[in-house]
Design a protein around this ligand. Structure first.
Ligand code: UD1
Length: 389
């Protein structure tokens, strides 16, 4: 209660790794408004210490008010479990226990909690709305579309998001272009990033290594595709050495592995240094915490990835990035340093271009300035909280 008036109760949802960096700046920004009682709910979609706890530490996230502990499962099972558990968190004693649910990103936790809240007539706010890859074989694309269509207030990171939502008939009056909360987190940790000892720990020299991350089923679920990617990287190294001096050491490729990727590498016999001499430069490591990962990316020569967030982080940091996918839902990064490499045969051309200094410098999109969360909470306050003041 503030002066006898009940506070407006907002639940912010996190579930999987990329949600944590989006929620952290929002929770910080909400502190400006004592009229809101803001609580963090963790669905437990990601539960390993290296996929979850370390991010709470690095980002200064508070302990979740409620942990639903749903864990892994098929899409239907995971989504259903999150819906069942979140219904109990949102509704009790015959009435809603929250006044608004705020979801971020495009993971199963995003859609499941948005749908549960909407059916309880609780307003839903979607942060990072409007992104579209056009590829409905990606579970994230389905999560994005459905979440956007049941949201009452939508915050976009780039202009393409507003255009996509308008094209799907969502009223522009609900949509606000505020910038990118992922970049808010990046800006927030920049002052401590150089304190990370990850380069020393891995014996790396600034600018003389590359970073690889892969976790999309389309890249990691077939042995052919994983081998193809790793072989193309090797071919790029070899041709670069030929062009330069033969004595120059090949660049280490640092490959922090997501649990799904690790399982597949194990299955394909690629773990425990069994990559063979041809792939001796690829160093497979455990997933990194946020600060270490940002340091690793910031000082790398280039990045190869299939992640969404890393396309944005490299754009902001001005680091060349190759996105190993057929499409991107983040087209503004293509005006930045991101390049789509849909045909894996072209990996080595692109690597050669970057290493010979031909990588693009790129432009950082509008409002990717560290202040997106402040814009979000101000808009939420004007719409829902001002009558409580
Ligand atoms: C999820 C998101 C994806 C996001 C990614 C980031 C969906 C549909 N996908 O994909 O958008 O880019 O997170 O990491 O929500 N596992 C563990 N420990 C964990 C979490 C997962 O071992 O803490 C393993 C489990 O075997 C699980 C598999 O990883 O089956 C996949 O996890 P899941 O959450 O289903 O999807 P991600 O591939 O992580």
């Amino acid at each position: 209660m503030v002066d006898g008036v009940r506070k407006f109760r907002i639940s912010v949802i996190v579930g999987a790794r990329p949600n944590f960096m989006k929620a952290a700046p929002i929770l910080r920004a909400f502190k400006k408004y004592p009229q809101f009682d803001v609580r963090l709910i963790h669905t437990g979609q990601h539960y390993d210490s290296l996929m979850s706890d370390v991010f709470f530490r690095d980002l200064g996230l508070p302990k979740p008010h409620i942990s639903l502990g749903v864990g892994s499962g098929s899409h239907a099972k995971q989504t259903a479990r999150i819906m069942l558990a979140s219904e109990d968190a949102f509704y009790g004693d015959g009435k809603p226990l929250v006044d608004m649910v705020m979801v971020v990103g495009d993971v199963n936790s995003t859609l499941a909690t948005a749908l549960t809240a909407k059916k309880l007539n609780i307003p839903v706010v979607h942060v990072e709305a409007g992104l579209r890859s056009g590829d409905e074989t990606m579970p994230e694309e389905i999560n994005r579309r459905l979440t956007d269509h049941i949201s009452d207030l939508l915050f976009t990171t780039e202009k393409s998001g507003n255009n996509n939502l308008a094209a799907e008939g969502i009223s522009p009056s609900k949509v606000h272009l505020v910038g990118n909360v992922m970049i808010d987190s990046l800006v927030h940790v920049m002052p401590v990033v150089d304190k990370s000892t990850i380069l020393d720990n891995l014996s790396l020299d600034k600018g003389h290594y590359a970073v690889l991350t892969l976790h999309r089923p389309s890249n990691v679920d077939s042995k052919e595709s994983v081998y193809k990617i790793l072989n193309e990287i090797y071919a790029a190294q070899v041709s670069m050495r030929r062009q330069r001096s033969t004595d120059e050491p090949r660049m280490p490729i640092i490959f922090p592995t997501h649990p799904r990727t690790k399982e597949r590498l194990h299955e394909f016999g690629l773990l425990n240094h069994s990559l063979g001499e041809r792939l001796a430069d690829v160093k497979i490591i455990e997933p990194l915490g946020y600060v270490d990962f940002v340091r690793l990316v910031k000082d790398s020569a280039f990045v190869m990835t299939d992640s969404g967030g890393i396309q944005e982080e490299t754009t902001y940091l001005g680091v060349p990035c190759m996105t190993l996918r057929n499409s991107t839902e983040r087209p503004s990064t293509l005006n930045g340093t991101n390049r789509l490499v849909s045909n894996l045969d072209f990996i080595h051309n692109e690597v050669a271009k970057i290493l010979s200094g031909g990588g693009d410098k790129g432009v950082v999109p509008e409002f990717w300035d560290g202040k997106a969360a402040e814009r979000i909470v101000d808009i939420v306050f004007n719409k829902y909280g001002s009558q409580l003041a």
